[in-house]
Design a protein around this ligand. Structure first.
Ligand code: C2O
Length: 554
């Protein structure tokens, strides 16, 4: 079947919180925008009309885009953006061979802050169905942010509150009780029923802990890949990730608090500008007294720098063993060691004077390459025309320029010469070419030279196996003994631990240009990205098709 939508991206006025007046933001019919619901195997057609003042593209986060790399969405990687003034482009793609909770979001500047929504792929009718007892109900729980300023033009890309399904809850103390009550998302449940919560982290820069007072969860999927059922009281979800969890409404009938709080990994909380780093919603049992506008008790949330809880959650997930699931390739063709992290460099436009020496500015890089988007044509277009010269080069390095030593403290001093030398971040637009069907293993080493923070690394076009993760320096000799080659979790976004590493493996069986980047947008925008260029296979099915003639021009 075909699932068809029209998305008009336009300016919307919404109230500020804790401040008078409204702010203009950009959205598709509100925040979150419309949900796309499809069955596995369907064709999705979305007509995007750009009535906003900004360049727009839409990315279908987690969709493989086999045979349609043009429809993937990242601006200047796979397409030129749809320009303002009512210009339009129609995205067409197939959702075959994957099912679960995904989402869509703008993929140009910081627009995804308010331009996003859920993309749900259910098992095809007549297929095996969910590999767990059919839930009595399903709820999308989309985690996002409230902006008192337009994020895309704001110099401050930090939100004013977190949201659950677009509602800021009562995370801020400056509103009336009634306002706060009305601005809380509500989930109605029936006692002893089971609900499938489809949790999506659409926040620009923040990982979350997620809890519901008096209830536990059974995680059944992550990033639209089924997991061995995992029971937990707390869910951890980084920007870009999704988690599907079953929740049984087996508490005594009443009203319970659902809450998210930030997992800041390396940062001391709370950040300036936040009136709290917790947002709540209500889980209300049908027929039970709700307690009026009184908020029920908050859950006991983990501390914002509780890396142990995050690590326990992430390392407890494994893939559900079932017929037809992808299995881990045991031999590796392309082996990469990639440092990811933030560094400092001198602003090239700065002209120092004796009174005002130049300051170093933050820069993000992978193997010392700080990714810069091309500005003339998209990388996929350049590849198609066989004219990458001046657009990108295919020499992304497989190793960092100097071997990285996390334990060498002299390299970690913020602003030290050593840190600046090791990670100045060479501004470049580099791809790594992969032979069609090559098996790729990537060690992602978080440098934590500046800012100890977990980096949620997202790969377009593929899912990958997460073989292992740990802390400190990656050591292949000991780590390879810990690889899970039997049933590792399958993801599209891996939270590389604060001051640690993760090892992923995938098969490059999807020709195209595929972005890989940190899903913290403030890091993406300063270069924490690279691109995989996957060569064509030999059959018509494994060759890149011609781009559609109506792709937006630059
Ligand atoms: Cu969800 Cu390139 O992003």
């Amino acid at each position: 079947a075909t699932v068809e939508h029209t998305f008009t991206v336009a300016t919307l006025s919404w109230p500020r919180i804790c401040q008078p007046g409204n702010v203009s933001i950009t959205s598709v019919k509100g925040v979150p925008g419309p949900m796309i619901e499809a069955y596995e195997g369907d064709t999705v057609v979305v007509h995007v009309i750009n009535d906003s003042p900004y360049n727009v593209t839409i990315h279908w986060h987690g969709v493989f885009q086999r045979g349609t790399p043009w429809a993937d969405g990242p601006s200047m990687v796979t397409q030129c953006p749809i320009q303002p003034g009512g210009n339009r482009y129609t995205y067409r793609f197939n959702v075959s061979g994957q099912e679960g909770t995904l989402w869509w979001h703008a993929h140009s500047s910081f627009l995804r802050a308010t331009v996003h929504g859920a993309l749900i792929i259910r098992p095809r009718q007549g297929a095996a169905g969910y590999p767990f007892p059919r839930p009595d109900g399903e709820e999308v729980v989309l985690l996002g942010e409230w902006w008192n300023n337009e994020a895309v033009i704001s110099s401050n890309v930090y939100a004013d509150a977190y949201t659950i399904n677009g509602k800021p809850g009562d995370s801020y103390g400056c509103e009336t009780t009634a306002n706060r009550y009305n601005r809380r998302a509500k989930f109605e449940v029936t006692g002893n029923s089971t609900y499938l919560l489809r949790i999506i982290n659409a926040a620009l820069n923040t990982a979350f802990f997620f809890k519901v007072v008096g209830h536990t969860f059974t995680v059944v999927a992550a990033d639209a890949s089924y997991t061995t059922p995992y029971k937990t009281e707390v869910i951890v979800i980084a920007p870009g990730q999704t988690v599907d969890a079953l929740m049984v409404a087996d508490a005594s009938p009443g009203c319970y608090c659902m809450a998210i709080s930030s997992y800041q990994s390396g940062f001391p909380p709370p950040q300036a500008g936040f009136n709290g780093n917790t947002t709540t919603a209500l889980v209300e049992y049908a027929g039970a007294a709700t307690g009026g506008q009184q908020a029920p008790a908050l859950p006991d949330m983990p501390h914002p720098v509780d890396t142990a809880t995050a690590n326990r959650f992430y390392t407890s997930l494994t893939a559900l063993v079932r017929p037809g699931r992808p299995t881990v390739p045991l031999s590796v063709d392309t082996s990469m060691f990639v440092t990811v992290g933030l560094g400092l460099r001198f602003d090239p436009s700065c002209e120092p004077t004796p009174q005002t020496p130049c300051q170093r500015i933050p820069v993000a890089s992978m193997n010392n390459q700080s990714f810069v988007l091309p500005d003339t044509i998209s990388m996929l277009d350049a590849r198609h025309r066989k004219t990458p010269d001046g657009v990108y080069t295919s020499d992304f390095p497989d190793q960092p320029p100097v071997s990285f030593d996390y334990t060498n403290k002299s390299k970690q001093v913020v602003g030290s010469v050593a840190a600046a030398l090791l990670f100045p971040g060479n501004p470049s637009t580099k791809a790594r070419t992969l032979r069609y069907n090559a098996t790729v293993e990537m060690v992602l080493q978080n440098t934590a030279l500046v800012g100890r923070e977990s980096h949620p690394m997202h790969l377009h076009g593929f899912n990958f196996f997460v073989l292992a993760q740990g802390f400190g320096n990656y050591d292949g000799n000991t780590a390879s003994g810990q690889f899970n080659l039997g049933n590792p979790q399958v993801r599209n976004t891996i939270a590389v631990p604060t001051g640690g590493w993760a090892v992923i493996r995938f098969v490059a069986d999807n020709p195209g240009m595929w972005f890989m980047h940190c899903h913290i947008d403030t890091h993406l925008s300063i270069g924490l990205a690279m691109v995989f260029e996957v060569e064509d296979g030999l059959t018509p099915d494994t060759k890149l098709p011609q781009p559609p003639p109506d792709l937006p021009p630059c």
